[in-house]
Design a protein around this ligand. Structure first.
Ligand SMILES: [Zn+2]
Ligand SMILES: [Zn+2]
Length: 909
């Protein structure tokens, strides 16, 4: 026996019930070798330190939507979940908790710290995946992976050794981005530039022979301690006579040469620049060209080192102030000016990053990038929206070597050993002796690999590579990657390179870049701005006390958040997301999804309560039946078209279009029209077609539920389970999520029925509008006069009972040319004239005076708006959307005014 639906929809109860049911019955589990076509998505692994954000909600709703749709479309669909060990972020987190105990990582030592991190991971590392379950994510949890688990660590080793043996991994003393707080090297992408207010200082460097000076300009005067040259442009005639001569470095006293190099910009400052090879990327290149010395003066803590003489021990910013003051005192200061400069900072902790000279490991990227560029150019991989391809090409064509070593402890240790005799080698398994000399005194490189060095293997390492597993054979290459454009270089591009290199194939065929979530003021939602709500509040509800702190900055949360449920959140998010565009989000918007849930719930309950008892239905309809009435033929026809449109939206990643089509159909056509037209038959007011009506109602409902399931999995399962369907699967495997996704059926399209229904809807709509405008009380039944083309009149006459019922009409009179009765309202619909005599429906005198008053009120408002809009001051100063809104108001009011005047004229007849 199907269960009954509760009177009120309670999302929390329903959602946990069905999620447990799906898990218990392994319905998310994909099996290789079934012979079915596969569809695979790998999740962008959230950091183990992560907590669910609104960004995750959007990203994972889209993935779940796609994978549920494909699963219903008879694919062996796999959504593979997991987490990233997030080297720096996780170690920072654990170090912060050590700090509370008054300890540093050095007090613990390497091994103990790693143990602590593992313990932390066991305790907190699964939280984000648990939170995803609340959203309804249909991940194959039996396949959950972690970038530091055994298999993935093996994949990392294999890749490192292969690249090492191929000569694509090398060690070198290079300038890298260094975070003095996190104490590690960072990749270029991990140290993004921020525009900051700085100062451009002009400093005189005296010529050593006392014959004058040369002025250089810099934003970082503290680095002059490490200068090893001054450069001028070779074409700069002002300085031609100085090239090859020496200057004396201020405050330091060292003699350094004046060299000619095109790096010096003749237009900028004095045209002469100081060269600090150990602390500037461009200067490093100049030094390489001229064989200059590289003097490091800043240490790994961001302090001046012993090479900095009297400044040694000072923090880099303290040193800056002191050096500027000393230059002034020495009479070598030549002025300053404010300047906006791009300053790189650590993406994990925001500290200003220091270019730092050190031994690091690098991957040569150019040979890997070439095939990866070709894969996107040839269309083997498609980006959606397409414009991201340009960003990708630009970066890939200018790619630099990837610094992969990090001076932290949490991560994959670099698999390179050196023996006592200086032999260095990489190994897949921890070696016991040196291959070359047999020595057993080996030391492993202390550094760990960049976190992305494991995540770039994610699409195949998670499927078992380097083993040749059945999973790999079945599910690789994966199909769709859903991710944010902010990690296009960190992750997307590198996955493409890795898959082509190690698997000889692309990792996925489509990349869908989802947009960003902003608040209503247009600001990006972020933890640091404090404008990103906890998504679980939206799903489970939160009272005012629980959100108090957040509400202080975000007033719309002041009275708490109702439990909207996961379906409402999902539907709203997808509905609001234009392809690749950003969402402007506030929790009150989720009311839309919540109301939609309630609408479906109530409509379903209505149908279910009116079904004959103990009768089971074939969910599927064999075709049109001869006893079907217009509403049935129309709704079936419309449903086929909507199915087509929803599928088209899904296939082209225009998910919001798909959502809007489904939403408009279910709400505006199924609930508002079809259910209303079912009522007379359900209530036994009319016999005609009532059996066909019942059967069609069940069929339509069943199909709509399947159509909506990927968007709102919980409520659709709950209602579907309550339908009295025959021949559905046995308990345990019985679920809407494994039923077929609806296909449009050509034979159920009936253009004639749609045309007739359109006329009927317009006619009823026009009468309802008149009743509204003229303030006709609901219980007053009107007389309707229809005049015009007999073939059209015929259609309406055939469906007269619906007009009567839905528009509050008592009698209908028709004729080819009817005269308009006095004191009547009128409308024109599809070439027909509609007249509604008002005598007896409204108190004409009272209605007249009401309308006159309303006209006066509106006229004043229109006048005011016109005045405002002709005020040049307002037009110039107000934001465009405000002006636009006032214009719209003015035209709406004017239109309403015309209508009222027209009504008044008829009443006065
Ligand atoms: Zn940092
Ligand atoms: Zn050796």
């Amino acid at each position: 026996m199907p269960q009954k639906l509760e009177k009120i929809y309670d999302p929390l109860k329903v959602e946990s019930k069905w999620y447990n049911y799906w898990i218990k019955n392994h319905l998310f589990h994909a099996v290789p070798g079934t012979g079915r076509k596969t569809y695979t998505i790998v999740i962008p692994p959230p950091n183990v330190t992560g907590m669910l954000t609104m960004g995750h909600i959007l990203n994972n709703t889209i993935q779940d939507l796609l994978v549920r749709w494909k699963r219903m479309d008879n694919y062996e669909a796999l959504w593979l979940p997991g987490t990233d060990h997030a080297g720096i972020a996780t170690q920072n987190k654990v170090e912060a908790s050590l700090k509370d105990e008054g300890l540093t990582r050095h007090d613990l030592g390497r091994e103990k710290l790693i143990q602590r991190v593992w313990k932390w991971k066991e305790k907190f590392g699964g939280i984000i995946l648990e939170q995803l379950k609340r959203l309804g994510a249909s991940c194959d949890w039996e396949r959950t992976r972690f970038t530091m688990d055994e298999g993935l660590s093996e994949a990392v080793r294999e890749v490192f050794v292969r690249l090492y043996e191929k000569g694509l991994i090398y060690r070198g003393k290079r300038l890298i981005n260094w975070c003095p707080r996190c104490h590690t090297a960072l990749a270029d992408e991990e140290a993004p530039n921020k525009e900051m207010q700085g100062t451009f200082w002009h400093i005189a460097y005296p010529l050593s022979d006392g014959s004058g000076e040369i002025v250089v300009s810099t934003t970082r005067p503290e680095t002059l301690l490490g200068d090893t040259a001054v450069a001028v442009h070779p074409d700069d005639e002002r300085y031609a006579h100085l090239i090859g001569r020496k200057v004396t470095l201020p405050l330091v006293g060292r003699e350094i040469p004046i060299i000619a190099d095109e790096h010096a910009d003749m237009e900028k400052g004095s045209g002469a620049v100081k060269i600090t090879p150990a602390h500037d990327f461009d200067d490093f290149a100049v030094a390489e060209r001229h064989g200059l010395e590289k003097v490091a003066v800043i240490d790994d803590n961001g302090n001046i080192n012993e090479a900095g003489g009297g400044y040694s021990g000072l923090d880099r910013f303290e040193a800056r102030n002191k050096i500027v003051a000393d230059l002034k005192e020495a009479g070598l200061f030549r002025g300053e000016e404010p300047r906006i400069t791009p300053i790189p900072s650590c993406y994990r902790c925001d500290t200003i990053v220091e270019p730092y000279l050190s031994e690091q490991w690098f991957v040569k990227m150019k040979p890997l990038a070439e095939p990866a560029i070709a894969a996107v150019r040839s269309g083997k991989i498609r980006f959606c929206p397409k414009h991201w391809e340009e960003t990708y090409f630009h970066w890939m064509e200018n790619i630099r070597d990837w610094c992969i070593s990090r001076q932290i402890w949490w991560g994959h240790r670099i698999p390179v050993w050196t023996c006592e005799n200086g032999h260095t080698f990489a190994a897949r398994r921890d070696p016991v002796v040196c291959d070359e000399c047999g020595s057993s005194r080996l030391t492993q490189d202390p550094d760990v690999l960049d976190t992305w060095f494991s995540s770039w293997l994610w699409p195949f390492s998670t499927l078992g590579w380097p083993e040749r597993t059945d999973d790999l054979a079945a599910f690789f290459p994966t199909d769709t990657l859903v991710t944010g454009p902010d990690i296009i270089f960190f992750w997307v591009a590198r996955m493409i390179m890795a898959a082509l290199e190690f698997m000889g194939d692309v990792p996925f065929t489509d990349v869908y870049f989802n947009g960003m979530i902003r608040d209503l003021a247009g600001r990006k939602m972020s933890k640091s701005l404090g404008n990103s709500p906890d998504p679980l509040w939206l799903i489970e509800g939160a009272d005012a006390a629980a959100v108090k702190e957040f509400a202080a900055k975000n007033p719309s949360y002041k009275s708490g958040v109702p439990a909207y449920g996961a379906d409402a959140v999902r539907l709203t998010m997808v509905y609001l997301t234009p392809l690749g565009g950003d969402i402007h989000f506030d929790h009150t918007l989720v009311e839309m999804g919540q109301k939609f849930c309630n609408k479906i719930w109530n409509a379903s309950r209505f149908v279910l309560m009116n079904l004959p008892e103990n009768v089971y239905f074939a969910g599927n309809l064999s075709g049109f039946r001869s006893d079907m009435e217009l509403p049935e033929r129309w709704i079936l026809s419309r449903l086929q078209k909507v199915i087509g449109e929803v599928r088209q939206g899904l296939e082209s990643f225009r998910l919001n279009e798909a959502t809007k089509q489904a939403y408009a159909f279910v709400w505006g056509e199924f609930c508002d029209w079809y259910i209303e037209m079912l009522k007379p038959r359900f209530y036994g007011e009319t016999e005609a077609g009532s059996k066909a009506a019942v059967e069609t109602a069940v069929h339509i409902m069943e199909t709509i539920l399947r159509l909506l399931h990927p968007f709102m999995p919980f409520i659709t399962e709950e209602i579907w389970q309550a339908l009295p369907l025959e021949n559905i699967d046995a308990p345990g495997t019985r679920s809407i999520m494994i039923q077929p996704y609806p296909e449009a059926r050509e034979e159920l399209i009936d253009e004639e029925a749609e045309k007739e229904m359109k006329l009927l809807q317009e006619c009823i709509g026009a009468i309802r509008a008149i009743r509204g405008e003229m303030n006709i009380p609901q219980e007053k039944k009107a007389t309707l006069l229809l005049s015009g083309e007999p073939s059209l009149l015929d259609i309406l006459k055939r469906h007269e009972p619906y007009i009567k019922r839905l528009a509050g009409i008592e009698t209908v009179k028709t004729g080819k040319i009817l005269k308009r009765p006095p004191q009547s309202a009128s409308a024109v619909v599809g070439g027909l004239d509609i007249f509604l005599p008002l005598e007896g429906l409204v108190d004409l005198a009272l209605e007249k005076s009401r309308i006159i008053k309303e006209i006066e009120r509106l006229e004043k408002q229109v006048e005011g708006l016109k005045r405002k809009l002709s005020n040049k001051d307002f037009i110039d100063k107000a934001p465009a959307d405000v002006v636009e809104k006032e214009h719209r108001k003015e035209s709406d009011f004017s239109e309403k005014l015309d209508k009222l005047k027209e009504n008044l004229k008829h009443l006065a007849e």
